[in-house]
Design a protein around this ligand. Structure first.
Ligand SMILES: *Cc1c(COP(=O)(O)O)cnc(C)c1O
Length: 430
């Protein structure tokens, strides 16, 4: 079988993989196209199997903050591979990466490495429940925390009565203790905490919501969550799987000056390898086995090759803080320049940006809540996506995702992107 094009590969993939993919958003269903199969990537560019080059704003959904195939990470992996792929025993790099995380993140005293963001969140929630002796959780509608049962919940207007599963296969029992509040609405959190006094183990939030498109926290929102959690004896969990080591070396906790009790990581800390982690104070983390009664384990956790990649990336970020100045500056200027082009376009667009994360919403209103985000014209996003792809710009194939910038993106890349954006706006207005 000769499979040369994305079309051929996708047809073959659909025979043996559900929907042709190993993670749903990759299937391009919400933009009605065929996914590009990728051959390789370098710096800010990604190349499909047909040899077409794109400027990449997916960055593997966040991990590739230094750009693709960064030599420092590649060499660290090559060196680690020579010593063997897995031992199921402690290795020096696990200690080094944990020490580095503790140094970079304010308030972080201990971490446990796992294999994905999903696993990090699932484990942090178990720890929160174990440490508080409480069962209920509060999450926000439109925030994504991986695919563990109790996080696949969408409570809608019946939040006070308990959650309803948002995926088939999630038992009502697993969802009933997950309450859903509204992002950027402290009163919705307060109401849930008051109606469930002494029962809420944790409030979990993406400090910058980046899975409903990008929606930043309103001034005082994160601080308000901190205060409400303290008043009610609930733990505050920042899911920093996207924002961790991206907004600042200390992530959203440093960027917004608000401290969480537990923090979850993924994406960037693996440098492109499958890694997650959760951490917090020594007092909390010592509830985890073998120190304490909260069980959590992993055959491949702290895998030596994965740790080599993550450690190399974090060390580079630690030693080159100018990366943050660069990517945050690019984020602001790209959002500003895209915004300017929109002003003269008949297509209504709202552009949200926090640091190196941004997203356009096709709506005439500002977007500061999940309800606002859902007001975006997803049909228009699909057309926008297709037009940009044709012009060599590789974006997330769905409205409710972020654009990610990396240190490898250049001023020339941004100029080319703005040119494509301008042409796309013109095409969309007809
Ligand atoms: C991606 C993501 C996760 C899940 O991480 P996986 O590695 O895909 O399991 C959890 N939380 C947030 C905020 C994410 O963006």
């Amino acid at each position: 079988m000769n499979l040369h094009s994305s079309e051929e590969l996708f047809a073959a993939a659909c025979q043996v993989l559900p929907g042709g993919v190993n993670s749903p958003v990759r299937a391009y269903r919400s933009v009605g196209l065929t996914p590009r199969f990728i051959q390789r990537a370098e710096g800010s560019y990604i190349y499909d199997v047909e040899g077409r080059r794109y400027i990449d704003y997916v960055c593997s959904w966040g991990p590739m903050i230094l750009g693709h195939n960064h030599p420092v990470i590649r060499e660290a992996v090559e060196k680690a591979v020579v010593d063997g792929l897995s031992f199921g025993a402690p290795t020096p790099r696990e200690v080094e990466i944990a020490q580095l995380m503790v140094e970079m993140v304010p308030g972080l005293e201990m971490v446990r490495m796992v294999n994905s963001g999903t696993e990090a969140v699932m484990s942090a929630l178990r720890l929160a429940r174990g440490a508080t002796g409480r069962d209920k959780l509060i999450k926000f509608e439109g925030c994504y925390h991986g695919h563990s049962d109790c996080m696949l919940v969408n409570a809608g207007s019946s939040a006070l009565a308990g959650g309803h599963p948002s995926s088939s296969g999630v038992p009502v029992g697993a969802a009933k203790d997950t309450l859903t509040a509204q992002f950027n609405d402290l009163s919705s959190v307060q109401a849930l905490l008051e109606a469930n006094r002494g029962e809420v183990a944790a409030v979990i939030v993406e400090p910058v919501a980046a899975n409903m498109g990008v929606v930043g926290p309103a001034p005082g929102f994160l601080q308000g969550l901190r205060e409400l959690c303290d008043q009610h004896g609930a733990l505050l969990i920042f899911d920093e799987v996207i924002t961790g080591f991206r907004l600042a070396p200390g992530g959203a906790q440093e960027y917004f000056g608000v401290k969480a009790d537990l923090v979850t990581y993924g994406k960037i800390i693996g440098g492109g390898m499958p890694v997650g982690a959760y951490g917090g104070s020594r007092a909390l983390m010592e509830h985890v086995a073998p120190c304490g009664p909260v069980y959590q384990a992993g055959t491949l956790s702290g895998n030596p090759v994965a740790m080599a990649a993550g450690l190399a990336q974090l060390r580079y970020l630690h030693d080159h803080p100018q990366v943050y100045t660069h990517i945050n500056h690019m984020g602001a200027s790209l959002a500003q320049d895209m915004g300017k082009l929109c002003e003269t376009s008949p297509v209504p667009v709202a552009i949200n940006q926090v640091g190196s994360l941004l997203s356009p919403f096709f709506t005439p209103t500002e977007v500061s809540t999940f309800v606002d985000a859902k007001g975006s014209d997803v049909g228009m996003y699909a057309r926008y996506f297709g037009e940009m792809l044709q012009r060599g710009i590789y974006l997330a194939p769905a409205q409710f995702e972020a654009m990610f910038l990396s240190d490898a993106h250049s001023a020339e890349d941004l100029t080319a992107t703005l040119e494509a954006f301008q042409q796309t706006l013109e095409a969309l207005s007809h």
